[in-house]
Design a protein around this ligand. Sequence first.
Ligand code: WT7
Length: 653
Amino acid sequence: MHHADVMMNEANNGRFYCVYRVSLWAHAVNCLDRHVHTCPERVALIWERDEPGSEFKVTYRQLLEMTCRLGNLLRRHGVKRGDCVTIYMPSCPLAVASMLACARIGAAHNVVFAGFSAEALAERIRDAQSSTVITVNQGVRGGKLTELKKTVDTAVQSCPTVQQVFVAMRTENPVAMTAKDVAMEEVREQKENQTLIKILMPTAEDRKLYFNKRKQLSLFGCGFITMLWLLHVISDNAQEMQKEDVVCEPAAMDSEDVLFLLYTSGSTGKPKGLVHTQAGYLLYAALTHRYVFSYHDGDVFGCVADIGWITGHSYSVYGPLANGGTSVLFESTPIYPDPGRYWEMVQRLKINQFYGAPTAIRLLLKYGNQWVHKYDRSTLKTLGSVGEPINTEAWEWYHTVVGDGRCPVVDTWWQTETGGICITPRPSNPDAEIVPGMAMRPFFGIKPALMDTEGEVLTSNHTSGALCIAQPWPGMARTIHNNHQRFIETYCQPYPGYFFTGDGAYRSKEGYYQITGRLDDVINVSGHRIGTAEIEDVVNQCSQVAESAVIGYSHNIKGEGVYAFVVLKKGMDVEEMDLSRQLNDLVSKKIAKYACPDCIQVNSRLPKTRSGKIMRRVLRKVVEQDLNGLGDLSTLDDPAAVQEIIEVIVNII
Ligand code: WT7
């Protein structure tokens, strides 16, 4: 029986579906070898590097070679079937090859978004019990360098399981290597035919940037750094990947074996490592990629999400590659070097499907239409939106300005847990209407259900409720790594027999779905999901803070902003600026920059129930200035606490 069915039944009384378990080739074969047989020179990946105009194309043959070399390298260093490899890299071909190399040898990958701090990375490595990490010396984003290898160094200090760290070079700047580190490639230039090296080699453009930066340093500094670099080049002869054979025997996997873990935030406690498996996940990613976006052979698919999120996994890597497609890997930001970046890229790479987040659309809308009109977007056929609700203004702008009114906009609702898109318009059905701002209809095999507060299924239309899914589907996560109980409690027990998504939804008169937002204490900041409890944990670690309550509030670019209510320890008196700086430092150090509070409000106490639970619902209403909507306050321990908060907010406004 299918594992997913077991889970749905564990919390339920009976219905189950019988699915045959089969052995299949590792996904590197499904995503690469199959296509290398028929079209080896087709472009698999277009690496849209941070520096505009320096894109790099990788064919299926090249990607297979890279993947095999990496697979052999991992095997030679003792990585076995069933192990877990953590990947801490920006979107680049080597990161994709690393994911596929893990898949090829039967190891699970655990990609951690390269914007996460050392502590957040360490927490994920420890929970996944990873013995191997793959990273790059530095990241490059928006023209700025990030010290990824140094972050890994700090993280592994508190990760006793880590035995080896593979390091590739994204920039020419040398990094200090430790005893655990294995240099994947040399920094210096290689012969023409060695494509692998070229892929990571900076282009002439890059070098210009690099040397311009150097010019700003003193003469001594310049000489010193160049000398260090030369020393590194001369002394370090390891060409680890080049030593490896380009043939790597793929593992045969069971359909229910683990393919990867991906950590995401929940409403309580630490992030959870959702487990996706082989057959169902790939099938679902490939099918949704083809039918939701009307992807056809020869199209160039541009998903601009980072590979550190599920969107990157399903729609930059697995979906497009399983379909033999050409996928763009976007390393930059929407406004680097200017707000025309996306559309200049669409013109240059002739992108046919563009898939991005509402937060970026809202930001670009503010810069005006001229940045869009400047570029030829006639290749575009489908525009996709993902990660958070898209407001009508942003939807209309995306449709009329970016798509010239001729490209369907697909507002795709799904989650890390669902593996692929679940509710979405499907323009491959030409008769289907699309209503702005609505995720519309369930994809094949998805049976949504809305629940009322009593836990009963709402059968009528024009109604709102908790969004559940009534039967398993191929792409669903099977468990939480090392914590199946938490999986059952979070997803299966709230509405027995149904998968609970954590979101609320409205079903219109016509039966179309609109997602109304999270029902739990998870918020969505610029399309990034974060638990308010995770932020509170960190805020409470500040030496001046006694307790805190964090909520999300409506933010016109980010979708939701982070609002922190803080109670200081007795006798503490700290300048607001000072507190804000301290909390920002702490949150970016412990989690990531995007989780930093946008507003901090100091109060003498927080509204609590008599049993001591903070009433976040009340805080949300106060921040929304919906004082009539405060609801039932009878359980409140001390009504004056709410009054105080209202007064402070009124003063701020
Ligand atoms: C949460 C999942 C889906 C991949 C990227 C985010 C929200 C996602 C939509 C949408 C309204 C959406 C939900 C969901 N969300 N897509 N089209 N409309 N809300 O994956 O980090 O797992 O977050 O993002 O609240 O539960 P994730």
